[in-house]
Ligand binder design. Structure first.
Ligand code: TYM
Length: 328
């Protein structure tokens, strides 16, 4: 049976980008594959969270995973730092990860541009840690959004380099995966191409309906089409993209047609879009509220997940140590 793995950094509430890029994809696969979903708390250290916030964020993300429909009975849910073997594999992989390729990674260049005051080594080697997460379970498929593609390319490179270096066919080369073929990129409400936690352009799974309506009604648009079949501005394109994920094909087709024949009223489109987003978020928000105080259950999920995930991790590390030449 093929193995599927994905994870999310605990740096705030989950948004529609996380949901459609990673979670929904994963949920569709969880009954048919050997599945792991983890909370990437080591990765979140690149931004130096306060210890109390770190703990709170891990709990919040766990609650939101469960509320979204990730099932701990079929998928193994765990916290990355409960698998210290990951850190050891990261160390080994770093020995064969080269500065040039890490510096060229587009996600690294992006971070350097946005946060020049915090270019730490953890940020540079973020892709090696991610490769360790994936390779430790020998995952075949990694359901992620489009932004993670460069990291999967590096993971494949590190896996094949390790195999070549030790003359052994040990690691598999995993693929970034989407159930519907193309990787997802959910746009922001501010006209930017990506919805992100720190961009102020996101709809969160636990946003109340009124908040969702407010955010969508405020989203940027333009003055409206003045000719038939006019190309869409980036802001308007974003609303249509969002609609593609949350609304029915008929609704999307209706607004496409009214855009193309210039009869569209963005206010009407936004009202419909808001209701369709609420239909996605509201059931999740209700479950978030139910789960949040069930500490005993949450602790059990984390404990059971760590136990299951460590069996694999220990086995991989023991084999890797042996391949490298350490005595076990
Ligand atoms: P993070 O927390 O930045 O993102 C978590 C997941 O959400 C997806 N995502 C999006 N997808 C579509 N449109 C968007 N606007 C959008 N914003 C976020 C991301 O693609 C990702 O799938 N580095 C990973 C966490 C990680 C991981 C791993 C994932 C660490 N190790 C191993 C898979 C396998 C990340 O991007 O986290």
């Amino acid at each position: 049976m093929e193995t599927v793995l994905s994870g999310i950094r605990p740096t705030g509430n989950l948004h529609l980008g996380n949901y459609f890029g990673a979670i929904k994809n994963f949920i569709r696969m969880q009954d048919e594959y050997n599945c792991y979903f983890f909370i990437a708390d080591y990765h979140s250290l690149t931004t130096h969270p306060h210890p109390e916030n770190l703990q709170q964020n891990v709990k919040q993300v766990l609650v939101e995973y469960l509320a979204s429909g990730i099932n701990p009975e079929t998928a193994t849910i765990y916290v990355q730092s409960d698998l210290p073997e990951t850190a050891e594999l990261y160390l080994f992989l770093n020995m064969n990860a080269y500065l040039g390729e890490l510096e060229r990674c587009t996600t690294f260049k992006d971070k350097v541009r946005k946060h020049p005051e915090n270019v730490n080594a953890g940020l540079l080697t973020y892709p090696t840690l991610m490769a360790a997460d994936i390779l430790i379970h020998k995952a075949d498929k990694v359901p992620v959004g489009n932004d993670q593609k460069p990291h999967l390319e590096l993971t494949r490179l590190f896996a094949s380099r390790f195999n070549r270096m030790y003359g052994i066919d040990y690691f598999k080369e995993p693929e970034a995966y989407n159930f519907d073929e193309t990787l997802v990129k959910i746009p922001g409400l501010d006209g930017s191409t990506k919805m992100g936690k720190s961009e102020g352009n996101a709809i969160y799974l636990n946003d109340e309906p009124e908040m969702i309506r407010k955010k969508i009604m405020r989203a940027k648009t333009d003055a409206g089409p003045t000719a038939e079949n006019q190309p869409k501005s980036p802001e308007v394109m974003n609303l249509f993209t969002l609609m593609k994920y949350v609304s029915s094909p008929d609704t999307l087709a209706f607004f496409e047609q009214s855009y193309n024949n210039c009869s569209i009223r963005y206010g009407d489109m936004k009202k419909q879009l808001a209701e369709d987003v609420i239909n996605v978020c509201e059931p999740v928000r209700m479950r978030i509220n139910d789960l949040s105080n069930n500490t005993t259950y949450l602790e059990k999920v984390m404990r059971d997940g760590a136990e299951k995930a460590r069996i694999n991790a220990r086995k991989t590390l023991s084999q890797v140590r042996e391949i490298i030449g350490f005595k076990n």
